[in-house]
Design a binder for this molecule. Structure first.
Ligand SMILES: C[S@@+](CC[C@H](N)C(=O)[O-])C[C@H]1O[C@@H](n2cnc3c(N)ncnc32)[C@H](O)[C@@H]1O
Length: 222
């Protein structure tokens, strides 16, 4: 990680977000999406999880060589303890420590898409598998916080270097307890951007059935 790739002292998700996400993901609510991503890359040999967080998805990938990078030192420390067969590094996805034409697949789950850098480090027939929220993702949680002003998710992935070759939805419902709700809200930027009086709407909520709605998009270079 080079100093000029850091735009703050502690870039990426802060420690509280990282720990909350790890606790939430380890409950397995998103396992259907993890399986779908792993199966898409199951025939690929050298794979990078770009913006891997604490490695929850990275460790479910089966491949000859697996790498994970994230700009958060805390996230990479947790990830590295989980699976010593995977090589993890603190790095920006926009300036990675890999040679040209290295990877058969790059996975990017809810993380920044660095298409120019991905294009450089992917092999000619390599693919990018990206996951981002669909329209109904966590809609009940957002309604409980914001009421009618509910924010819809931005759906589009756009790149002039890559073309979409497959797009699928993974949807389901999860019944969350108070602790899950707290972890889920703390792992997102909403916790920091939402006025306290709106977050207080969750105070009396003991459990909530919430939809997950993921879009998995596979792209290849033009
Ligand atoms: C929403 S989290 C997703 C993490 C992981 N893919 C997951 O789903 O658990 C986004 C991640 O991107 C990382 N991140 C943000 N900007 C980054 C950058 N420029 N380079 C690498 N990682 C970055 C954050 O630190 C965070 O771990």
């Amino acid at each position: 990680m080079l100093a000029n790739d850091k735009h703050s002292l502690n870039p990426g998700d802060n420690d509280d977000m990282v720990v909350s996400r790890d606790l939430f993901l380890n409950k397995g609510y998103y396992s259907k999406m993890a399986q779908a991503v792993s199966s898409i890359v199951s025939k690929k040999e050298i794979i990078l999880d770009a913006g891997c967080g604490t490695g929850y998805y990275t460790k479910q990938i089966n491949a000859k060589e697996i790498y994970g990078i994230d700009i958060s030192k805390k996230a990479v420390k947790i990830a590295a303890k989980k699976d010593s067969s995977i090589s993890f590094a603190v790095s920006s996805v926009f300036n990675t420590p890999f040679k040209d034409n290295t990877f058969d697949a790059i996975v990017s789950i809810f993380s920044p898409l660095a298409f120019e850098e991905f294009s450089r480090i992917l092999k000619d027939d390599g693919i990018v598998v990206c996951v981002y929220p669909g329209e109904m993702h966590l809609i009940e949680l957002k309604k409980a916080i914001y009421g009618d002003e509910t924010i819809l998710n931005d759906k589009a992935v756009s790149s002039n270097i890559f073309t979409s070759i497959e797009k699928r939805n993974v949807k389901g419902r999860m019944l969350l307890n108070k602790e899950d709700i707290s972890n889920l809200i703390r792992m997102t930027p909403y916790f920091y951007t939402t006025p306290k009086e709106k977050l207080d709407n969750l105070n009396g909520v003991e459990s909530l059935e919430v939809q997950y709605d993921f879009i998995i998009e596979v792209l290849k270079r033009n």
